[in-house]
Each structure stands twice: as C-alpha cells, then as structure tokens.
Design a protein around this ligand. Structure first.
Ligand SMILES: Cc1cc2nc3c(=O)[nH]c(=O)nc-3n(C[C@H](O)[C@H](O)[C@H](O)COP(=O)(O)OP(=O)(O)OC[C@H]3O[C@@H](n4cnc5c(N)ncnc54)[C@H](O)[C@@H]3O)c2cc1C
Length: 449
C-alpha cells in the first residue's frame, strides 16, 4: 500500500449525492473505492426508483456548490456545461413573504446554478467515474454490513446483484450512504449494540411537482419564485426554479392533509390558492411537459451517533443516514457535500495515526455536529405550526420574534440581507446572529412590534 493511503478498499453503499461525494473524498486515501448502487444508472440524466425525491425541485445552496467544487475542482463549469441556469444570489429568485411581496431583490455577489436533480447527480457521477481507482457497480443491492464476530470492526458487505446472485466484498471502510441508514442500524442490532437516539420533528408534508416549458412571454424580472404562506394559519408554499432545457419546475405543497392532489387540474387549483398569484399566473398558460409527481415527507430526523459510547470501527453513516431535513429548505445535498469535505479533511489529518480507521467515525460524529447545527436550527422553525410533533424548543416564541426582526432588518439593510442569505445558504453558522450589535438592533425591532 502506498504511504499516503490508509486502507486498501473502501465500499460506499448508494450512489446518491452523499455516496458520490463520499466516494470523491475517499479516492485519495484508499487504493480502491467501490460504490454499490441498487438502481440501474443510465448514461444520461434519468429519474430512478431509489431517489423518488429527484422528481421535485432540488435547489443546490451556494455552500453545496462550493463543497462540490472543493471535491471536484471546476465543478461549477461542469454545471454550466450541463445547461444549469445561473442565478444571481438575492436577485434572480423572487421571494414572497407575508409583509414583503416581494422581498427586496438585491445582487448579493454570488452565482448559484439551478438544474434538475438527475442532472446534478450525473455531473457528480461523471467526476467520480473519472477516478481511475473508483468503480461504480449498479444493480447491486447491499443486504448486510459484515463485521468481526465480536462486532468491533466492519469487514465488508454482502450484496445481491440483479440476477439474484449474491457475493461479498471486503472493505477496510464501509460508508453507509443509503439514505435511510437501515443497514447501519441492522448491524448495530445484530451485534447487540444500542441504536443512536433520534430527535424527530413530525411535519407530514405533502409535495406535488410539475415541469413546464418556459413560455416566450415569461416574466423578465425573475427566473424563479419562492412563495411562503402566512404561518401558522397557512402552511401552503411554492417554489418554482428554472431547469436546464428552458424549463420550469414548480413544487407546491402544504402540511397535515392540506396537500395538492396528484393530477394536473388539482395542481393548478392548488397553485391558484397560494398566498400570491405569481406562480399560478406564470404557469397557467405554460405547456406542461410531464405528469404530476407526489411525495410525502413525514418527519425530519437527526440521529445522534455522537452520543454512542462504542461504534464499530470501519463503518461510517453519512448524508441522510445521519440527518434528514425538511426538504422545503433545500439543505440535504449541500450538507451531504459538506460532510464529504469533512471526511476528506479527516482522512488527511488521521493519515499519520497508527490506526486511522479506528479514529475516523468518532472524529466524524463529533466534527459533523457544527455542520448539522445550522440546517437543523432551520428545520426546528417548523414548530411555528402548533401541530408539529416533537419537543418544541424552550422559548420558541422569542426565536420566532427574533427571526421576524431579522427579516425586517434584512429588508431594510443590504448588509443584514447578505448575512441572512449567507446563513440560509449554509455559508455561515447561525451563531453569527449573536453579534452584539446585530442583537441590539433586532431587540429594538422586537420591542417596537
Ligand atoms: C421531496 C424532496 C425534495 C428535496 N429537495 C432538496 C433540495 O431542494 N435541495 C437539497 O439539497 N436537498 C433536497 N432534498 C434532500 C436530498 O435529496 C438528500 O438529502 C440528498 O440527496 C442526500 O441524500 P443521500 O445521498 O444521503 O440519500 P439518497 O438520495 O436517498 O440516496 C441513497 C442512495 O442509496 C441507494 N441505496 C439505498 N439502499 C441501498 C442498498 N441496500 N444497496 C445499494 N444502494 C442502496 C439508493 O438507491 C440511492 O441511490 C430533498 C428531499 C426530498 C425528499
């Protein structure tokens, strides 16, 4: 084994965004990286069974874009070449919030890209496949993570391919990027170890999506629209973003049964009843290009692997397997890419240790917490709806009032607008709001209202 390597073979379960970015992170530290994916993967971008969420709007936050560029230099040019639509941050997406219709549109100084989830994934997949030591095996379902008899260390995986033949692959490290993380939990159970505690936020969100051809008379003052309902009375919201191929993808939805029907007429009727008419007016005469896709999302889930005293060496859950966020905030892919960057840094840092793989999961579970903290604090805002299930944070009313004050300051002051957009894009942690001068201004606004 070359001196810069920490293991001979790493296996990644799942070729979604977490699996692909993790594979990119592992390639410099292992002799071979093998990604096992249960779905068929086509050469072009295509919807597939294993990622049903891909039929819905997938916004890539600026933090995710930057993390992907760190893992795959030149990634933004790849996106542009794939037809992604450039969006000037703060300017090209019209935001409609109660009291701000629209929120001031200002150029915040960065470019993001809008494109479909299958195309983002294909762009990343090509980068992963271009690594000489990385192999992607499709139609290969992992059935079990294998461990030593005492459960102390993982040794590989057992899989079944499309013909029903099963086999095993040895691995020094198994990364569980299967989304649900069921294989990690099954292993912990089978070796008699405790499962991680979970924090859940029950939201019962219903999503419906349609794709349209952008009409010739489309508005010119925005490329995308985000419409918020008036919480807590109205949970309905909509997000329409451009896609490659001169298309719009419109996702609309609400909570607890107030969800759109899965047929075109019902979609339009629901869109017409959003708090503002912008999305409905834009799509009402646009040509629909596809059927109506639905998705139900019951709850955000955070698994506290960091609280476990012992964890098998050589196993690492990542991405949604650790934390699934309410998708309306568009955070999952970006957090997965940031986690992959953390993994890459840890592999480099631990490389000199006598047993780097043993130290990997504990270090990862500890250091991923600051990455998860800010997006989770956004998911917590779902407690604005009284029927949200879970433990409502203490003094949540103050959190909401503080948030409303920040929105007002952001509308008035471009510097605060930029700061809040940086936090929403996960470029800065939420703790920047603790700045004493900003706190004082927010408290003054709160006192007025
Ligand atoms: C409706 C919806 C909308 C969303 N919108 C956004 C958005 O706008 N922006 C954003 O950043 N995020 C969004 N997300 C979240 C985002 O899709 C995920 O957080 C992100 O893709 C990371 O997921 P993952 O790779 O961990 O898991 P997944 O995307 O679930 O991928 C898991 C992969 O593992 C494979 N797999 C599973 N089990 C096995 C097995 N046993 N063997 C082999 N392969 C297996 C699956 O086929 C799949 O390819 C949305 C999610 C939903 C549900």
């Amino acid at each position: 084994m070359a001196p810069n390597l920490i293991g001979e073979q790493a296996v990644v379960i799942g070729a979604g965004m977490a699996g692909l970015t993790a594979a990119g992170a592992l390639a410099d530290s292992f002799d071979q990286v093998v990604v096992l994916e249960r779905d068929s993967l086509t050469e072009g971008p295509a919807y597939r069974v294993g990622t049903p969420q891909a039929r819905h709007v997938h916004a890539l936050l600026v933090s995710g874009q930057r993390a992907l560029s760190e893992l795959f230099p030149g990634f933004e040019q790849d996106l542009a070449r794939a037809g992604a639509v450039p969006l000037r941050g703060g300017l090209d997406v019209r935001i409609e919030r109660p009291g701000y219709d629209p929120f001031p549109q200002r150029d915040l100084g960065w470019l993001s890209y809008a494109l479909s989830r299958p195309t983002i994934e294909r762009v990343v997949r090509r980068r992963v496949e271009s690594r000489a030591n990385t192999t992607l095996r499709q139609r290969c379902r992992v059935q079990e993570v294998l461990a030593t008899p005492d459960g102390a260390a993982v040794t590989g995986v057992r899989y079944e391919n499309v013909g029903g033949a099963s086999g095993t692959i040895a691995a020094d490290l198994v990364v569980d990027a299967s989304g649900r993380g069921a294989l990690t939990l099954a292993l912990l159970q089978s070796i008699g170890r405790p499962l991680p505690e979970e924090t859940t936020i029950g939201i019962d969100l219903g999503y419906v999506t349609c794709v349209f051809a952008v009409p010739d008379d489309a508005p010119t003052d925005w490329k995308g629209v985000r419409t918020f309902g008036h919480a807590p009375q109205n949970s309905r919201r909509g997000l329409m973003l451009p896609l490659e191929g001169n298309r719009w993808m419109a996702t609309i939805g609400g909570r607890n049964g107030d969800v759109p029907p899965g047929e075109p007429e019902g979609f339009l009727t629901y869109a017409r009843a959003l708090r503002t008419p912008t999305i409905y007016t834009a799509i009402s005469h646009a040509k629909r290009l596809d059927g109506v896709a639905r998705y139900g999302f019951p709850e955000s889930v955070r698994r506290h692997f960091e609280r476990l005293d012992v964890f098998p060496s050589g196993l690492l859950p990542i991405g949604d397997a650790i934390c699934r966020f309410n998708p309306v905030y568009g955070q999952g892919m970006s957090v997965a890419a940031q986690e992959a960057c953390l993994l890459q840094r840890l592999l480099q840092r631990l490389g000199g240790d006598s047993n780097p793989i043993a130290g990997l999961a504990p270090a990862f579970f500890a250091e991923v917490q600051p990455l998860i903290e800010t997006p989770w604090s956004v998911a917590i805002l779902d407690f604005v709806f009284p029927d949200t299930r879970g433990k409502r944070p203490a003094d949540f009313e103050t959190t909401l009032k503080f948030g409303a004050a920040l929105i007002r300051l952001a509308a008035e002051d471009p510097a605060v607008h930029k700061l809040t957009a940086e936090v929403q894009n996960l470029l800065k942690p939420r703790s920047v709001y603790l700045d004493p001068a900003l706190m004082q201004r927010a408290l003054a606004v709160m006192a007025e209202e």
